[in-house]
Design a protein around this ligand. Structure first.
Ligand code: TMP
Length: 219
């Protein structure tokens, strides 16, 4: 399962809380993220988020895809194959929203690029934390840290990203759970845990060594 949303939407907190919830229920959980879920990915993350000069949009898209290819092949697929539940902070929907729509590349091509990179791995469930871009910006300002390359984009860029995420969720309603990122962290955690518990029950997965996210769908 993956978490998506704009910068400052609170998805990292919620993915961590869900991983804890699942561990408490007896699941073996891998909590990971993109970019940066591997050693190579960590270097790509530094480059793509903190490089001082320009990186053209197509190069940026390829860097995220390279990080994803290596992460899926060396970490995510082996975990799924051994029955681990993977909870991941950002995945291919981020590329479609940020590079496809935010950077105004072609959204369908960016999705295809990610599917090529991962040999078609899609999550069972994607939680989208939806938050007005001005509210998200307010949270980032309050955190008082230096903005990375993507965070530093203007509100129009972030508004496009938000609209893109919502459109993706509309197209794939079965895969997405959209929650209101302005709700309290504890209310959100309860809602998300309830949906995940429901999903696991539907699949007859109750505890310990059961897998989620293991279905591979292409195209
Ligand atoms: P974060 O996950 O720590 O919030 O930061 C990662 C940043 O990278 C965030 O601004 C979103 C951006 N990003 C993309 O533009 N494309 C991608 O495919 C991914 C995974 C992240």
């Amino acid at each position: 399962m993956t978490f998506e949303g704009g910068d400052g939407s609170g998805k990292s907190t919620q993915s961590r809380l869900l991983a804890e919830h699942l561990r408490d229920a007896g699941h073996t959980v891998l909590h990971t993220r993109e970019p940066g879920g591997t050693e190579v990915g960590h270097e790509i993350r530094e480059l793509v988020l903190h490089h001082r000069g320009d990186i053209v949009p197509r190069a940026e898209a390829l860097l995220y895809a390279a990080d994803r290819a290596h992460h899926v092949a060396t970490v995510v697929r082996p975990a799924l194959a051994s029955g681990v539940t993977v909870v991941q902070d950002r995945y291919l929907d981020s590329s479609v929203a940020y590079q496809g729509v935010g950077r105004e590349l072609d959204a369908a091509e960016i999705r295809e690029l990610s599917l090529w990179a991962t040999e078609g791995l899609l999550p069972d469930l994607t939680v989208l934390l939806d938050l007005d871009e001005a509210d998200a910006r307010g949270r980032l300002d309050a955190a008082n840290k230096r903005f990375d390359r993507l965070e530093a984009q203007g509100t129009e860029f972030h508004a496009r990203v938000r609209t893109a995420f919502l459109a993706l969720a509309e197209v794939e309603r079965g895969r997405f759970l959209v929650v209101d990122g302005s709700e309290s962290s504890s209310d959100l955690a309860v809602k998300i845990a309830a949906r995940i518990d429901e999903l696991l029950a539907e699949r007859g997965i109750e505890s310990a060594t059961s897998a989620s996210g293991s279905d591979v769908r292409t195209g």
